[in-house]
Design a protein around this ligand. Sequence first.
Ligand SMILES: [Zn+2]
Length: 220
Amino acid sequence: MFPVIINFWIVTEMVNYQNYRRIDTITLEPRSGTAFRIQESQVLRLTDVEGSQVVDLVSYSEPAPLQYLSSPRTMDYNNKIYFSSGDMLFSDLSETMWTIMDDSVGKHCFLFAPCDQKMFELSYDVKEPHPNCFDNLSGSLSMFGIQPGQIFIPFNIFMHAGIKESGEIEIKPPLSKPGDHIDLQAQLDMIVGISACSAYKANNYSFGPIRIEVFSMTGG
Ligand SMILES: [Zn+2]
């Protein structure tokens, strides 16, 4: 398990969205993870502070029975594999979990399992324990009772995967530049897990922090 960053503070100034105020900010250190609750209608903004940093996002509805964010449902209902502003992300029970309100990059995918220790051993010949998204997510989500076996395919934010004519997948450097962001509006009350990815190729061989902000409707 790697460090869970929980240093947040509350601010009240109005930002960008009329009728929304920022209530939480978390700075996620490179290659670390965190988990937190978000309420329906709140907006989650993820900012790639230095650029070229992939983020894995999973979420689970509350209260139980849990629904989880589903890659196959989302690709099915949107009829595509890349996502951006205006797209909705669905649960395994076909309910809308998130709406992408704003996106300065324009292309995110939902294809890849979270990197884990075994992936680093198989793909990078790593012998020692290595930071990875699966451990970041499972460690952070455990405080909410989410088990490792309930972590499925995360939304691969800022990840740039090309699909060749042959069907071959090509992992490219992220398109995100310093300060690029994506805004996701929660459509349900949820537990959210976030990890700043440690996979070399997907992150163009460098790792940066992710700023996590939550906005709430004023009076809400
Ligand atoms: Zn990863």
